[in-house]
Design a protein around this ligand. Structure first.
Ligand SMILES: Cc1cc2nc3c(=O)[nH]c(=O)nc-3n(C[C@H](O)[C@H](O)[C@H](O)COP(=O)(O)OP(=O)(O)OC[C@H]3O[C@@H](n4cnc5c(N)ncnc54)[C@H](O)[C@@H]3O)c2cc1C
Length: 400
């Protein structure tokens, strides 16, 4: 879609090497990596940092135990490696926690299956301490903060990690800026037209419309990715995708300082009960979404589904629902059910264009590294000024 453009202010700025559209975790990660690699980088976000999916995730920095089921071993190994790195680089933002898995007589998975999955998970961490798991003895079940014990057979717990996704994204942006990256937020990419050595880009902000030039355009617009691709001319290739909504409810009271990994009694899907500041986060769902990503919102049916899981396992919980959030996953369009589709990131590239489809919050840095391999092929190498494997991430100043 090419919109009629209002009159513009031509910027006096020299061309950027890389212009990143989208200030979610993937855009932030690529902006940090590109500036660290020595490319002059601009990142553009239409609302606020992490306004899209990156503030509405389950906020787990994890390997993804359930991806073992679909045989995504390389994704799990990479994510576990990134988890270890983030625990080191971002101790204010990422913390390890225990995840409890209760197995009941009628649970879909048997204790031996969970033990096998957790053993593999531990092996994929390189048998490190942060990957260990244990069985909680029956004598300690009374300490499971209200969890239903009727029919309970075995309780496992294993280590994974949590974060505040929006703060993590802001911290990565802050790191990119400290290396010299420029930002426009809020500013919307209206159009990008191929120019002699890259793109001529029109950005709309409260100050009006500005024209900037870049040698390479990165489309990291998450669920808006194909809408942004339509604004690029000539139109680049795109992937056929489906958007799948995942909702979380925020509950007033904290159930536990630890996390619970539960099986929905309705369809066997994994649902998490997680400590979240003073309350509890309960999620998530998988609902096909066909509308405008700006309008994503938790449905009554999602609310009912999640509360059914809550009261099934914590029948005495009496706190109110004090908030909700709905994020959109970008999944490849396929026949397989949402649950079984790959969470691996996919790139679409052309001469001076790179689009990032899907991916995980946990793996944003590894995704950015892979994007940089493509970018350096397109733009040529520069003098590297930093390595994202060693750059610490700290809380943005307003959160200190
Ligand atoms: C329910 C749910 C739970 C999840 N839980 C986890 C988890 O626990 N752990 C994990 O590792 N991963 C998780 N994920 C995956 C992870 O959250 C996402 O992969 C990630 O947040 C996507 O980031 P993104 O930057 O691609 O997209 P987004 O965060 O959506 O960012 C895209 C940005 O582009 C901006 N934008 C759009 N159009 C324009 C334009 N024209 N101009 C300028 N800006 C524009 C938007 O405003 C938005 O901020 C979850 C995903 C979902 C949906």
């Amino acid at each position: 879609m090419n919109r009629e453009l209002p009159s513009t202010n031509n910027t006096a700025e020299p061309p950027f090497d890389v212009l990143v559209v989208g200030g979610g975790i993937q855009g932030a990660g690529v902006a940090q990596a590109a500036q660290a690699a020595g490319y002059r980088t601009l990142v553009v976000e239409k609302a606020t940092w992490a306004a899209g999916t990156s503030s509405k995730s389950s906020k787990l920095i994890h390997g993804g135990l359930r991806y073992l089921q679909s045989g995504d071993f390389s994704l799990v190994r990479e994510s576990l490696h990134e988890r270890a790195l983030l625990l080191k680089l971002a101790p204010q933002l990422v913390h390890g926690n225990w995840f409890t898995i209760p197995i009941y007589r009628n649970s879909h998975y048997r204790p031996w299956q969970i033990r096998a999955g957790l053993s593999l998970y531990w092996l994929l961490t390189g048998c490190r301490e942060e990957g260990r798991f244990e069985v909680i003895p029956k004598s300690e079940w009374s300490q499971l903060t209200g969890l239903k014990t009727e029919g309970l057979q075995t309780v496992f717990r294993y280590r994974d990690a949590q974060t505040d996704d929006a703060k993590l994204t802001a911290a990565v942006i802050q790191s990119a800026v400290s290396l010299g990256a420029k930002t426009r937020c809020p500013a919307t990419l209206l159009a990008a037209e191929e120019a002699s050595d890259g793109y001529r880009v029109q950005l709309e902000s409260n100050e009006g419309v500005e024209t900037v030039y870049c040698r390479l355009l990165v489309n990291a617009a998450g669920p808006w990715i194909n809408r942004v691709a339509e604004r690029v001319s000539p139109h680049p290739d795109h992937l056929d995708i489906e958007l799948v909504q995942g909702a979380h409810l925020v509950l007033e009271h904290k159930i536990s300082d630890q996390c619970f990994y539960l099986e929905s009694p309705e369809d066997g899907r994994a649902v998490f009960v997680l400590p979240w500041y003073e309350g509890t986060l309960l999620g998530t769902t998988e609902t096909a979404f066909n509308g405008d990503p700006d309008q994503a919102a938790t449905t009554q049916e999602e609310k009912r589904y999640l509360l059914n899981v809550l009261y099934h396992y914590f029948p005495d919980y009496r706190g109110a629902v004090c908030g909700d959030m709905a994020g959109l996953r970008v999944l490849p369009k396929e026949q397989a059910g949402f649950h079984y589709r790959s969470r691996e990131v996919q790139f679409v590239t052309s001469d001076r264009y790179l689009a990032i489809y899907g991916g995980k919050l946990t793996g944003y840095r590894a995704t950015a590294e892979k994007a940089m391999q493509q970018i350096s092929k397109m733009l040529g190498n520069t003098t590297k000024q930093a390595d994202t494997r060693t750059l610490p991430l700290t809380l943005p100043p307003e959160n200190n």
